[in-house]
Design a binder for this molecule. Sequence first.
Ligand code: UFG
Length: 341
Amino acid sequence: MANKILVTGGTGYIGSHTVVELQESGFDVIIVDNLSNSKIEVLDNIEKITGTKPAFENFDLADKDKTDDFFKRNGGIDAIIHFAASKAVGESVEKPILYYRNNLVSMMNILECQIKYDVANIVFSSSCTVYGQPDVLPVTEQTPRKDAESPYGNTKRVNEDILNDTVAANPKLNAIALRYFNPVGAHPSALIGELPLGIPNNLVPFITQTAAGLRDELKVFGDNYNTPDGSAIRDYINVVDLAKAHVVAINRLLSGKNKTNYEVFNLGTGFGYSVLEMILGFEKATGVKLNYKIVDRRAGDIEKIWADTTYANEELGWKAEKGLEETLLTSWNWEKYVRGI
Ligand code: UFG
């Protein structure tokens, strides 16, 4: 019988791509999502890609009674991938309690249910935001974490600690925290992708919406950083590559290949690109010219970060494969699908 995986936040951006990869690897998937930042139609498009519509329940994992009831009714879950979280950095500064409640309480509810209902394995969606601006690049898993720049970033850091402490106290539990660098791109089918609500905060959705004519111009936040062209550098990882790493992490836990019951991996490409290189890459990949202008730095932004991927490559046997232009083309194809262009 196929292993059953609970994917929280499975209709979201990274979640939906991971559901596709899990189903294509033969797993049964059940999604829990409150649709606060995603659309139910994603389920139909997952079915178009994989031939299977995943099981789905709509509720908020910060609700303890509903979460307990879910686990009571759904026996036989072998592992959990916990994506469900609020993720807008700026909003988290305005509404810290909302972020702490959504992101921390849901984590604790899930862990309590894992103990109560004997669900041994969990993969947690963490972020390179826990490193802040590192003193040394590239960033390894041993690079010290720094104080978070936002309540959102702090929820990632605190959730890592909650996970680590909980598995230490409960040796039957196993956890892997995956620290994502900057996920970009969309499924090659263009049927699923990132669907930001309102004005996008992140670079690539802003690029594609500008190219599609929804935004007049892209603002480049700063050209006076200490980088070759002055714009900030990030490690942009293709979302399908990222999704595949979750399947590897799940297989690692299910086969007991994990070395300790709390492991951490960086998921990036190992290469950093500047904002201006991203613009150029998009124009080259798509042939569409972008209207952009340089403006002041954005508060809270770091200058540069990219991953040392050695540990993930060697220990997980996983490597990001897709190149930048190929990836940006998938983002554009997705934007065109969404806008009916
Ligand atoms: N940028 C622009 N113009 C835009 C949007 C972004 O120039 O319109 C720049 C940013 O200043 C930054 C780079 O593009 O230099 C990437 O910005 P994103 O917002 O796409 O990504 P961030 O690296 O800021 O954010 C990511 C994750 C967050 C996480 C954060 C921690 O998306 O979840 O890293 O730094 F909290």
